[in-house]
Ligand binder design. Structure first.
Ligand code: URA
Length: 253
């Protein structure tokens, strides 16, 4: 019968597969049609080094920076031509955002990698594709409901960790971006975004995930970075649980 042989959309199949693995008590979750090795082939080099982070709301107290434009397009142009920190010298281009400007959800990552620096679009490498697939399992997509950006708009050389002065120079762009997009929920992926948005710079990601925080009255869920999931698939279950929490937040908005 034609009707019964019709294939389910990929996101729905992925969501069902993850749900089945959870119901069967699996600790490590895997998605079909996308093996870890396939994704890992394109993943950026493992990041190294450490840096303290700063609470987004206290950045202006750290350094007095020029006032940013109030309109979205002017803000974007200002970010693309920004030379506030050393990263402007090594970048190919600044990476401002992708997705819908009227999105219900904003995802905040760490910083552009090589693929993003080349294309000018955040999360286009292996980690980004994995993130898109996982978001699709809870019905979210950058086509219409997700806006994606990063703590840093420029790629740190060799994908090293962001430095505190780079975060403080760049953060007012993120703060204004969040104010203008004004989403119903925020998802911070990775410790840099999570610590910056919660203001809890000494708390590990493990201590920040699995609960709903608030950033300027916007519900905020923190979880692992998709690149970390590719390196440590056993964290996929926690990521999945954080996504369910996020879905519940959006459903009640
Ligand atoms: N990792 C991030 O945190 N952001 C990107 O845009 C790409 C990879």
């Amino acid at each position: 019968m034609r009707g019964s042989s019709k294939r389910r959309p990929a996101a729905e199949r992925s969501a069902r597969l993850l749900q089945q693995q959870i119901e069967l008590g699996g600790q490590e979750l895997f998605l079909n049609r996308l093996t870890r090795e396939e994704v890992f082939t394109h993943t950026e080099a493992t990041k190294s080094g450490t840096a303290d982070t700063l609470a987004l709301d206290s950045i202006e107290k750290v350094k007095s920076l020029p006032v940013l434009p109030a309109s979205y397009e002017e803000l974007r142009s200002a970010a693309l031509s920004c030379d506030r920190c050393r990263l402007s010298e090594s970048r190919t281009q600044a990476v401002f955002s992708d997705g819908a400007v009227d999105a219900r959800l904003v995802v905040v990552g760490e910083a552009p990698g090589a693929n993003e620096d080349r294309t000018g679009i955040p999360f286009v490498g292996a980690a980004g594709r994995y993130l898109d697939l996982l978001l699709a399992t809870v019905g979210m997509s950058r086509k219409d409901s997700v806006y994606i950006c990063n703590v840093l708009k420029c790629r740190p050389p060799d994908n090293r960790n962001p430095m505190p002065d780079e975060i403080s120079a760049c953060s007012s762009f993120l703060k204004k971006q969040l104010e203008l997009v004004n989403p119903q929920a925020l998802l911070a992926v990775g410790s840099f975004a999570a610590q910056l948005l919660t203001g809890q710079e000494k708390t590990t990601l493990g201590g920040l995930r699995a609960e709903v925080h608030s950033y300027r009255d916007i519900p905020l869920v923190c979880t692992y970075h998709p690149a970390a999931l590719l390196r440590n698939p056993k964290w996929t279950r926690s990521f999945w649980e954080d996504l369910q929490l996020l879905r519940a937040v959006l459903d009640s908005a």
